[in-house]
Design a protein around this ligand. Structure first.
Ligand SMILES: [Ca+2]
Length: 615
């Protein structure tokens, strides 16, 4: 080694030693796994929980912020049994932000899960473990993960097969027991009240609990209450079971008959699992969720929204969604309609829960983190939100859709689901997220669902393996209220979506957009399987009703190929929209164009490295 190189090597070594001895990154509060909530929260004496850091900041926020505040969190898995909620008292101000960030270079996981150990092998291939908390009625879960991969709740027929519904004397009256048949022999399963029937109703799926099974008649019953909206018609009544709907059954010990399937007996507390090849339950990490519905919530109020709050490098994982008594009456995109007859007849149009939920949040951010292993939607930005950035996240293995943002209206009453506030549902940036393996339980799940927004930008996301559409952009459902306008969906990379439900697309747009309209540009859409008529579209324009046809969209430089239907129109047409330089083809385009779209669409280079580990 030459003297110069030796000196250079020494300089690097000294620099490394100096860096490791250097003062920690500056922060106002420090949190670490080995910390203690009785500590002051300094770098030398950190707190143990983020909740304690939040509470320590409250007096400083109440006194008025005169600087940005930073909470730094050392890497590791923080287990939560209660949701982490940030309200108005935890808010930044118009001029100063509050940031909760992972320590540079470290990964922070907020886990709602519990590790399950003590497995023993039975006489056959199935392993079991007894869970006293389940037997005692204190714990029940709907998902199970082995070494970070979701296992299959025991089902019949085994995936990916489906059977077909054969209606008998079904009535959609609110209080009626419905009797249905099926086109294959069914058995008399034990623990029948825990068994669920699942069927595909066009652009979503429905889940309903069984009341009884008759092997002799090959029928089963669904007891009330039912979730499908009895008093509504047409497009809203699609979740009601009909002839030849694709169906399967889930959650009985008798259905556990292949590797990867599991069953939890609520009465005995016994969890059973048939390991997949290569899995060793004496060493595998098996996790089931304890925390339900939402793990991280920004919950402002109309009068006092949460402002200027940022999360950076935070990963949310293992959140369950219990199934309500009425099941899940899927309407589209993880929406359901809840009908009540008391105190007066009413209908509520709402999304199922999200693991990360923002309500009444303004100028907030969720960056460079992730959401995984959740039972419902990954992240939602609903009423009262505006000017939120969601960027650089890995969002995957979800029962529901990836990201949902905007407002909803009831198309029968034309009313907003929530009162519309000044300046809300606008100014979003949803970019550079990797969204995949969504809709594992709720088959109307969408990668990114943008409904009734203004000035939203959805760009450079990588979306694949989704039960329903990749991106849905929904416009003005009432001709007289031109709210949705000036939205952009550009340079997204979308493939292998439309895996389960039908009547959707890589990018699905519906209803008009006002003012400058909506720009749909440079998106790369391919490899969509068709499940039925009208399914598996590249780009789909759906007006639903003739008077609401899609207008005000500009489609530019999109590349679509290997789809069942490259371009679909329903109560819509090319008229009223602008088309330039798009490719709608069966085969891939010539190589130069393919290279260009591959370069321009999907994650930007810095995020490719960060999220995929490659340039
Ligand atoms: Ca099975």
């Amino acid at each position: 080694m030459s003297l110069t190189r030796l000196l250079a090597a020494c300089a690097i070594l000294m620099f490394s030693v100096a860096a490791s001895l250097a003062a920690p990154p500056r922060a106002d509060i420090y949190v670490a796994l080995g910390g203690n909530d009785a500590n002051p929260g300094t770098a030398e004496a950190p707190l143990a929980t983020i909740a304690r850091a939040r509470d320590l900041l409250r007096p400083r926020i109440a006194a008025g912020l005169n600087a940005d505040l930073l909470v730094l969190i050392r890497g590791g898995t923080y287990r939560l049994e209660q949701p982490l909620v940030f309200g108005p008292e935890d808010s930044g101000s118009d001029h100063h932000s509050i940031t909760y960030a992972a320590w540079p270079g470290e990964k922070v996981v907020l886990s709602g899960g519990r590790t399950i150990s003590g497995w023993r092998r039975g006489t056959g291939p199935i392993w079991t473990v007894d869970l006293p908390a389940v037997k005692a009625g204190q714990w029940y879960f709907r998902q199970l993960f082995v070494d970070g991969h979701r296992a299959v709740r025991a089902r019949t027929p085994n995936g990916p097969q489906w059977w077909k519904l054969q209606p008998r004397n079904n009535s959609d009256a609110n209080d009626a027991t419905v009797t249905l048949g099926v086109d294959h022999p069914i058995a008399a399963w034990k623990n029948i009240a825990d068994v669920e029937a699942i069927w595909i109703n066009n652009n979503d799926g429905t889940r309903a609990r069984l009341g009884s099974v008759s092997a002799k008649d090959n029928t089963f019953t669904l007891p009330p209450p039912h979730g499908w909206p009895h008093s509504m018609t047409g497009e809203y009544n699609i979740s009601f079971p009909s002839r030849d709907y694709a169906c399967y059954f889930e959650n009985a010990l008798e259905m556990l008959d292949e590797p990867g399937e599991w069953y939890l007996d609520r009465q005995t507390g016994t969890l059973s699992y048939w390991p997949r090849p290569g899995e060793d339950l004496t060493r595998a990490e098996v996790v089931a969720p304890v925390l339900q519905k939402t793990l991280l919530a920004l919950a402002g109020t109309p009068e006092r929204p949460v402002r200027n709050l940022c999360f950076k490098g935070i990963h949310v994982a293992y959140v369950d969604r219990p199934l309500p008594a009425y099941g899940y009456p899927g309407q589209f995109g993880c929406l359901e309609i809840i009908e009540k007859s008391q105190p007066e007849p009413s209908k509520t149009f709402r999304f199922i829960e999200a693991a990360v939920s923002f309500r009444h949040a303004r100028h907030c951010q969720f960056l460079d983190g992730g959401i995984a292993h959740a039972g419902a939607i990954g992240l939602s930005l609903l009423n009262g939100c505006a000017d939120v950035v969601i960027e650089g996240n890995d969002i995957h293995e979800l029962g529901g859709g990836g990201i949902t943002l905007g407002a909803i209206r009831n198309r029968d009453t034309w009313k907003w689901a929530d009162p519309l506030l000044r300046g809300e549902h606008r100014g979003y940036r949803i970019a550079n997220n990797h969204i995949h393996d969504c809709g594992l339980d709720y088959f109307g799940s969408i990668g990114i669902f943008i409904t009734l927004t203004q000035e939203a930008v959805v760009a450079h996301n990588l979306i694949h393996d989704v039960a329903y559409s990749g991106i849905v952009l929904s416009g003005n459902e009432t001709p007289g209220t031109p709210f949705a306008k000036n939205n952009t969906v550009e340079y997204n990379d979308i493939y292998r979506v439309m895996k389960t439900a039908v009547d959707g697309a890589g990018i699905y747009v519906s209803f008009p957009q006002a003012d400058r309209g909506a720009l749909v540009r440079g998106n790369w859409i391919r490899d969509l399987r068709g499940n039925g008529p009208g399914s598996g579209g590249g780009i789909y324009l759906d007006g639903v009703r003739p008077e609401l046809g899609c207008r005000g969209y500009r489609f530019e430089k999109n590349v679509v190929y290997r789809t069942a239907n490259p371009l679909i129109f329903c109560q819509a047409s090319t008229a009223g929209n602008t088309w330039q330089d798009n490719i709608f083809a069966v085969a891939p385009p010539p190589q130069p164009r393919l290279d260009q779209v591959a370069r321009e669409a999907g994650l930007e280079p810095a995020y490719r490295q960060k999220l995929l580990g490659k340039p």
